[in-house]
Design a protein around this ligand. Structure first.
Ligand SMILES: Cc1cc2nc3c(=O)[nH]c(=O)nc-3n(C[C@H](O)[C@H](O)[C@H](O)COP(=O)(O)O)c2cc1C
Length: 283
């Protein structure tokens, strides 16, 4: 029986660039792979309500939307692609809304951990992708994938990404990395040596922080290139399966902390409760 590649598109445009790049990657993987396409817009994913029920007892979100069906699709696939368009310098809200529900991923860790994945970011104007690549990489990492590659594809009109030979080459590279268990995220520029991320914040203490795994460390010039020496942080996301379990336990522990400190918190909040006028949409 063939293997299943799941392509998740955050774009509302059917047959737009996200979907086309997913299909191009699928084509590059050769025979033996069935493509299943999940359009996030079909799953009606609702905003996270911050109730934390997905971390306790049955570990299921009570909202009853398409989230669990989508997680079931990823869990039963052999490999997956996350794809999102850039809207106003970040991945669009559909991708973020799915990612916001990510505390539910912990209930699926046994089936999601280490699943091969690649990230596709699409932007209409070269260099105007903002944080989209970080957003899509984060989805794959936070869903415990073995993120083997990530690329930004430029093209504004639906289909335009396919007109670029560079885009087709990048798609083929991503396809090959999905087939190669030793493939690791590589970046043409400076990258985090721990996780392969390539978005950093430069901190006042002279260190740089990787925005993907949250490790930080010194940086400096080595001959003509910037070298960034990242150490693993206290909450690494997620280098090992143990990191995942530890982080889930830490999150669960916050419930007890909340119960223990409820009085103190209530006290500090009290005098702010009646400040300001709440406004909303006129009836
Ligand atoms: C609301 C909106 C905002 C956009 N903002 C950006 C942007 O900030 N930077 C950019 O390069 N492209 C931007 N684009 C262009 C899309 O990223 C581009 O058209 C892309 O190909 C869409 O992918 P799709 O065909 O899969 O929907 C924007 C498009 C829309 C609809």
């Amino acid at each position: 029986m063939g293997k299943v590649l799941l392509g998740i598109s955050a774009s509302p445009r059917k047959n737009g660039n996200c979907e086309l790049m997913i299909k191009e990657i699928h084509a590059g993987m050769g025979a033996g792979w069935e493509l299943r396409l999940a359009r996030l817009s079909d799953f009606g994913i609702k905003p996270c309500q911050a109730c934390y029920q997905c971390l306790f007892d049955k570990m299921r979100c009570p909202q009853g939307d398409g989230l669990l069906a989508l997680l079931e699709e990823i869990s039963s696939a052999d490999a997956w692609i996350a794809a999102a368009p850039t809207y106003l310098l970040s991945a669009n809200a559909s991708l973020k809304r799915f990612l916001d529900r990510g505390l539910q991923f912990y209930a699926f860790v046994d089936r999601l951990w280490g699943k091969p994945a690649v990230a596709v970011s699409v932007a209409g104007i070269e260099g105007m992708e903002g944080s989209t690549k970080l957003n899509v990489d984060s989805l794959a990492k936070l869903a415990f994938a073995d993120l083997r590659g990530s690329a930004v594809f430029y093209g504004a009109l639906p289909g335009e990404t396919l007109l670029s030979p560079e885009n087709r080459q990048s798609a083929l590279r991503l396809a090959k990395s999905l087939l190669d268990p030793s493939a690791r995220m590589v970046s043409e520029g400076p990258a985090c040596p721990v996780c392969g991320g390539d978005t950093f914040r430069f901190l006042p203490n002279g260190e740089a922080k990787c925005m993907l795994c949250s490790g930080s460390g010194k940086y400096g010039w080595k001959e003509d290139h910037l070298a960034i020496d990242i150490r693993t942080g206290d909450h690494p996301l997620f280098l090992t399966r143990e990191d995942v379990i530890r982080h889930a336990e830490w999150l669960r522990g916050m419930k007890q902390q909340f119960l223990d400190r409820r009085k103190e918190l209530k006290e500090v909040v009290k005098e702010y409760l009646s400040v300001g006028t709440v406004v909303g949409r006129p009836d």
